[in-house]
Write a protein that binds this ligand. Structure first.
Ligand code: PGA
Length: 251
């Protein structure tokens, strides 16, 4: 399965900072032999800038969130059709920061995934347990529940999503799940996806996210059920992000 390395810029950047970062990514990948898919998920305010910079490059782009609604009186929201206007290939849904700070439930996240797919955009559905949930032995129950909601909402389109396993305790903390810890969860998610999708030719990719960086990427990405990475902090530095892309292309 072709790996996917997706950057999650979160609420970082400026026109000037983005210009330099995008130029460095484009030149770093030019003529390169990267055999993995690469994308950046950026603040929606910069989608036009990112589209202009990446349109004739191998790098795809996307948003970090999308509305669960189609259109109308939802002040501040951005619809999937709007994202399509900027040729977004992906959007994150259900990132733990959305679940935690904006109270997004499993069913809201599932509705967002459905809206994205209906607009032809691949949702990257984020799942993951908190430290308290891990310590009380609930990891598998939590991630299965989160994924089940999305699978249920998207039905036969489940083959078209991307899943990102992001243990909340590993995000932005410098604590990474060990390759074995991540693989254990990915294997459970794979089994769940297999049951939902059947032995389809195109099973969804399962990315790992949570303090993935240039030095730990190779080991994580060599696990059998880790199909790529969702990269926060390290996606803001071109050299680090490109090193992760190189590691994904080498396995
Ligand atoms: P991190 O973030 O790589 O900075 O831990 C990952 C994410 O939140 O997607």
């Amino acid at each position: 399965m072709k790996k996917l390395i997706a950057g999650n810029w979160k609420m970082n950047g400026s026109l000037a900072i983005n210009r330099d970062l995008l130029a460095a990514l484009v030149s770093g990948m030019a003529g390169g032999d990267s055999v993995c898919d690469v994308a950046v998920c950026v603040p929606s305010a910069y989608l036009q800038q990112v589209q202009d910079a990446l349109v004739r490059t191998p790098i795809k782009w996307g948003a970090q969130d999308v509305s669960a609604h189609d259109q109308g009186a939802f002040t501040g929201e951005i619809s999937a059709n709007m994202l399509r206007d900027f040729a977004c290939r992906y959007t994150l849904v259900g990132h733990s920061e959305r679940r935690q700070y904006h109270g997004e439930s499993d069913s809201v996240v599932a509705a967002k995934a459905q809206r994205a797919l209906a607009a032809g955009i691949t949702p990257i559905v984020c799942v993951g347990e908190t430290l308290a949930e891990r310590e009380s032995g609930q990891t598998m129950m939590v991630v299965k529940r989160q994924l089940a909601a999305a699978i249920h909402a998207v039905g036969h389109c489940a083959t078209e999503i991307v899943v990102a396993y992001e243990p909340v305790w590993a995000i932005g903390t410098g604590l990474t799940a060990s390759p074995e810890q991540a693989q254990e969860v990915h294997a459970v998610l794979r089994t769940q996806l297999l049951a939902a999708c059947g032995r389809s030719a195109s099973l969804p990719r399962i990315l790992y996210g949570g303090s993935m960086n240039a030095s730990n990427a190779a080991l994580l990405l060599s696990q059998p059920d880790i199909d790529g990475g969702l990269i926060g902090g390290a996606s803001l530095k071109a050299a680090d992000f490109l090193a992760i892309v190189a590691a994904a292309s080498a396995v």
